[in-house]
Design a protein around this ligand. Structure first.
Ligand SMILES: Cc1cc2nc3c(=O)[nH]c(=O)nc-3n(C[C@H](O)[C@H](O)[C@H](O)COP(=O)(O)OP(=O)(O)OC[C@H]3O[C@@H](n4cnc5c(N)ncnc54)[C@H](O)[C@@H]3O)c2cc1C
Length: 409
């Protein structure tokens, strides 16, 4: 038992064991092949397995064939941690299906839910994408600026204008998980950058839609189970009701997606670190140096203890943050600065722990840690992006401060 009992319901424990077993049998034996899985044959097979277990249904309301009534922030985070213990790229590709739908689900947008959820609640794997990030440039904006609450959406350059009963969208997005392979894109737009938060519009674009095209897939250090590319939007037209909600409400839904994204990132970072830790524990128990197993040398034991301290505290903290979200009324509401601060703390800290753990694990494994056959180098490459995405380590820290004072950064 790795999760503190007070956070878990009986069904969460069953879920955790079920996912752990799946990871051990379906991901661990093939995880080292994922980097070479150019056409995502292995990745799709694994995600198909998650669909076969019905885990994707946790993101959709029962009225539309899902079982989101069984989901809590705690249980979905535990599920992500367990998947990420096998492969955090699989975890992010899978979880972004729910992340992309979340605004429509919370807004109870019938047009989106009735038309698109049935596609996703079947047995066949489908992907969805939350398309927020934009390129930067000499004009500023893009990247973290879009997520910066202080900037209130003023730097969003993807525009949406209403013409009759249609939204007409123009702009460019970058990097988003599942881009280029999704059936539905929740696209962060502005109706008027000068209107600040009131201008933020979350508009769903199904694929294919005329005017939406994609760049080539990015070549990354890791996270290769996730596909990322640029999305180009030129006079893309979708029905008016494909906007998640309405002026003002869309900004609230957007901020909530930033919050849940941070929580998911924290859980994935812990899973990644846990996977590397289990591997290095095993390795240092077997490999003999200077007459005894590596882990029986005090210098190595100290490093293993540091890793354990990081993982256990990061896990406890993301669970605490998830618990507060499940009981948000006591903590100022789901979109409060307090909750944003909790999840940012969980994510920034967990990502740094994962980087530290994978780094030290490699150190203890010597050159074996650096080569593919011994697993750890993939954890090391995969986890770095968790620190960089969703606001990075810097904006993440500003958001931590927002829970303590009126931080205007
Ligand atoms: C594998 C992967 C998956 C991704 N998934 C998604 C996704 O699903 N959806 C999506 O929309 N995007 C996604 N992204 C994009 C990612 O979230 C962004 O790249 C990230 O938020 C940072 O933007 P940027 O890279 O442009 O960095 P920049 O914004 O250019 O930041 C550069 C540096 O400046 C720092 N910084 C930022 N703001 C400030 C400030 N105010 N003061 C001081 N320093 C600051 C940053 O922390 C960083 O160190 C993904 C990227 C990758 C690689």
């Amino acid at each position: 038992m790795r999760y503190l009992d007070i956070f878990l319901r009986d069904e969460d424990r069953i879920l955790q064991e079920q996912v752990r077993k799946f990871v051990n049998t379906e991901i661990m034996p093939v995880r080292q092949q994922i980097d070479d899985d150019e056409h995502h044959v292995i990745v799709k097979k694994i995600i198909q397995g998650l669909f076969d277990m019905g885990l994707h249904l946790r993101y959709f309301p029962a009225a539309y064939g899902g079982c989101s009534d069984q989901s809590t922030f705690v249980s979905n985070s535990i599920m992500l941690e367990e998947i990420a213990r096998g492969d955090s790229g699989i975890a992010v590709a899978f979880s972004c299906i729910g992340w992309a739908f979340q605004p429509a689900v919370l807004a109870r947008n019938k047009a989106i839910l009735e038309k698109f959820v049935p596609l996703f609640t079947g047995k066949e794997v489908r992907f969805a994408c939350f398309n927020m990030t934009e390129p930067g440039g000499s004009h500023g904006g893009g990247g973290c600026d879009i997520e910066n609450l202080t900037l209130q959406g003023r730097t969003i350059r993807t525009t949406a204008r209403l013409e009759g009963d249609e939204w007409v969208i123009n702009g460019q997005k970058l990097w988003a998980t599942n881009s280029g392979i999704s059936d539905l894109y929740c696209t962060v737009c502005t109706t008027d950058p000068n209107a600040g938060d009131r201008g933020i519009a979350l508009i769903y674009i199904p694929h294919p839609t005329s005017g939406m095209t994609f760049g080539k897939f990015e070549r990354k250090s890791g996270m290769n189970a996730d596909r990322n590319c640029a999305t180009f939007l030129t006079e893309v037209r979708v029905p008016r009701e494909y906007r998640a909600s309405e002026e003002g409400k869309d900004a609230e839904l957007f901020h909530l997606n930033l919050i849940t994204g941070r929580l998911g990132g924290a859980a994935m970072a812990v899973g990644n670190a846990q996977g590397a830790f289990e591997r290095v524990l095993e390795y240092t128990g077997e490999r003999i140096v200077a007459g005894r197993p590596i882990r029986q040398h005090s210098i190595a034991a100290g490093m293993l203890a540091d890793m354990a301290m990081g993982i256990e505290t990061a896990r406890m903290y993301y669970l605490a943050a998830a618990y507060m979200m499940d009981n948000h009324r006591k903590y100022g509401g789901l979109r409060s600065h307090y909750i944003l601060s909790r999840v940012s703390l969980a994510k920034v800290y967990a990502a740094e722990v994962a980087i530290m753990v994978t780094n030290k694990a490699m150190e203890l494994m010597g050159s074996y840690g650096y080569v593919r056959d011994y697993d750890v180098e993939k954890y090391w490459r995969d986890c770095k992006i968790i620190q960089l995405w969703e606001g990075g380590a810097q904006l993440g820290r500003f958001d931590i401060c927002r829970g303590y004072y009126d931080c205007q950064l």
